[in-house]
Design a protein around this ligand. Structure first.
Ligand code: HEM
Length: 448
């Protein structure tokens, strides 16, 4: 270990006014919802705002969160904006499905994410990580777009581990389509938040056109998987194919897992590395921990439980930069969430970005300190740490994501030291996931 700091503060870069006009709220909803969060959100247990006649409630109180996400979860659905923005990309796959349709999909997919599946998944992850290191070596280490690299690597890993698919040249194409959508017609407008579900907005037609081309691409992947030699693999694809009621449903289920299963993990790895660029001692700690283990596809599953420091770094990075920055719900009927009145159609925001930095829930909340998650440390206060949500709709891929982020980070930092290659700030943006405002170049130096 060096004598450089193993801990630094990463305060939220935004300071909104406590009271904002309708226009200001509308502008931040469109451009970056993080910048519009009032200071009281980080200090109080509930914050209620009205916006164009709609009640918006930020909940930090554990009993209220428990009520909305667990006890009375059936009373809360996804918001119209989430449907509008995500439907073109994932259709009615698990994330946007409801009722029996959702229950069936979740039950059918569960075995693929069970603890006993993680051994084989760790092997796929390690192979993907090795391929990433080879790509990085080939790129030379000077001006590396790590974010794009993580997006490609996590996509390839999800396709291989869950669908037995080697994406090959398709990987960059899939990424390019998603990138164009996110930067173009997939960007939210104020009307996306205002109009009820099912009502068209000016971008609806362009989104429909994207959906048609994208789902056709997903259908080609499904066909390629079906035609691949080797027959049934007992993987998630086979489980979904058995359960789906139509080809269209299968295609949308595959699209959901491919998208939900890679972008968030890539974002997590990106913010982890962006913070660690300023914390060389933490990089050294990970490299030292990983040094003696076999992190190849044969050994990664066995090494995983020993990578406790690396895992604590990931847990802490998910606290300060939670890729799913907000868990948003719309009430179907009026409700009382531990004393907070929720009107019908009221929008409830449970915001990991806020919860994880709340002054009453964490000591020195903006300080990066993996020690919070090392064995023996007191557990976080209940419902104060929700990177994967909680309750029936909690992330089905949480173990997959943690396994992936831990192994890939250990492989990477054992091989290289990393620094940011420029000084311009990198700011988090609320854009479905917690994306950076730019993809900064990294400089990678081999350790040996
Ligand atoms: C660091 C990475 C990840 C983060 C932070 C994350 C976060 C989340 C969160 C917060 C939810 C719940 C949303 C809500 O309640 O509204 C969710 C749902 C979901 N996630 Fe993840 N996720 C990650 C990785 C993954 C992976 C690797 C997969 C699959 C391979 C996945 C698949 C899903 C699916 C299918 C759902 C919908 C579950 C349902 O509605 O029943 N996620 N994720």
């Amino acid at each position: 270990m060096t004598d450089q700091p193993a801990s630094l503060s990463f305060p939220t870069p935004y300071a909104a006014d406590e009271r904002q006009s309708t226009r200001e709220i509308a502008a931040t909803l469109r451009d970056n919802a993080l910048a519009g969060l009032p200071p009281s959100a980080f200090e109080d247990m509930a914050v209620v705002r009205s916006f164009m006649g709609r009640r918006q409630i930020i909940l930090n109180d554990p009993a209220a969160i428990r009520h909305v996400l667990i006890e009375n979860a059936d009373n809360y659905g996804r918001t119209a904006a989430v449907y509008r923005l995500l439907d073109p990309v994932i259709g009615r796959g698990m994330l946007l499905a409801d009722g029996d349709d959702w229950r069936e999909q979740r039950r059918a997919a569960a075995p693929a994410f069970a603890p006993r599946a993680m051994g084989s998944i760790a092997g796929h992850i390690a192979r993907g990580g090795e391929r990433m290191l080879a790509d990085l070596r080939a790129a030379g280490g000077a001006n590396i777009d790590l974010f794009a690299q993580f997006q490609l690597t996590t996509l390839e890993i999800a396709a291989a581990a869950l669908f037995s698919l080697d994406l090959g040249a398709e990987g960059p194409e899939v990424r390019a389509e998603l990138r164009d959508y996110a930067a173009g017609v997939g960007r939210p407008t104020v009307l996306d938040f205002m109009l009820p579900r099912g009502w068209p907005v000016p971008r609806s037609f362009a989104r429909w056109r994207f959906r048609r081309a994208w789902m056709a691409h997903m259908a080609r992947l499904v066909a390629a998987r079906r035609e691949a030699p080797g027959g049934a693999r007992g993987d998630l694809f086979d489980m979904m194919a058995q359960q789906a009621h139509s080809e269209r449903q299968l295609v949308e289920e595959v699209a959901t897992v491919l998208v939900a299963g890679h972008e968030t993990t890539a974002v997590a790895l990106f913010w982890t590395c962006t913070m660690l660029a300023e914390l060389p001692a933490v990089q050294d700690g990970i490299a030292a921990e990983a040094a003696t283990f076999d992190l190849s596809s044969a050994g990664a599953a066995a090494a995983l439980p020993a990578l406790v420091y690396t895992r604590a770094v990931i847990d802490e990075a998910l606290r300060l930069y939670p890729p799913a920055f907000s868990i948003t719900r719309q009430a179907r009927a009026a409700d009382d969430a531990a004393g907070v009145a929720i009107p019908p159609a009221g929008v409830v925001l449970i915001v990991p970005w806020v919860l994880h930095r709340h002054v009453k829930l964490w000591s020195d909340p903006n300080r990066f300190d993996p020690g919070r998650f090392l064995p023996g440390a007191p557990p976080p206060a209940r419902f104060s740490y929700l990177p994967f949500g909680v309750g029936p709709r909690a992330c089905i891929g949480a173990q997959f994501a943690l396994t992936e982020a831990t192994i890939v980070l250990a492989q990477l930092l054992r091989a290289v030291r990393l620094e940011l290659a420029d000084d311009a700030p990198v700011l988090p943006l609320a854009a479905i996931t917690l994306r950076p405002n730019r993809s900064p170049p990294f400089r990678l130096t081999p350790r040996v």
